[in-house]
Design a protein around this ligand. Structure first.
Ligand code: ZN
Length: 141
């Protein structure tokens, strides 16, 4: 199991240099997500076609955890089909609820950097903001 500073580095990197934080004018599914308890706001933008997530991006503001989490999420679902994204989402939420086992957490790749959030109730809403917004967005299609 990687150590804590490794996880911290992943979050810092995604926060300082998010790869997917930009407008996506060609998006065909756009949804806002808000976490009032922390002041996090994102707009998730996806371009979906024939059950696949062809492109994805977000814009917004908020704490490091909320912004890093959505960037990591997009990294994992762009180019994948919607069913894969739903499974990923389900697994991530299980980890945050402290229900995933070690093998499942490992399968989450970089998103596993957020595993300790399950012990920090005040930050859970920050970590799941992007993922819950994704869930809602996929339910619309
Ligand atoms: Zn937050």
């Amino acid at each position: 199991m990687p150590n804590r500073s490794f996880y911290h580095e992943i979050l810092t990197e995604h926060n300082l240099h998010p790869m997917h934080k930009h407008p996506l004018p060609e998006a065909n599914v756009v949804l806002d997500g808000v976490n009032p308890s922390c002041g996090d706001e994102i707009t998730l933008q996806l371009r979906l076609e024939e059950g696949k997530i062809l492109e994805g991006a977000f814009v917004g503001e908020g704490c490091a955890i909320s912004q890093a989490s959505v960037d990591i999420m997009l990294d994992q679902i762009i180019g994948q089909d919607i069913e894969f994204a739903r499974r990923r989402l389900c697994l991530f939420l299980r980890m945050i609820q402290g229900e995933a086992d070690e093998a499942e957490i490992e399968a989450l790749e970089e998103a596993s950097a957020l595993r300790d959030i399950s012990h920090m109730p005040a930050r859970v809403k920050c970590a799941v903001l992007g993922w819950h917004t994704l869930e809602e967005a996929l339910d619309k299609v």
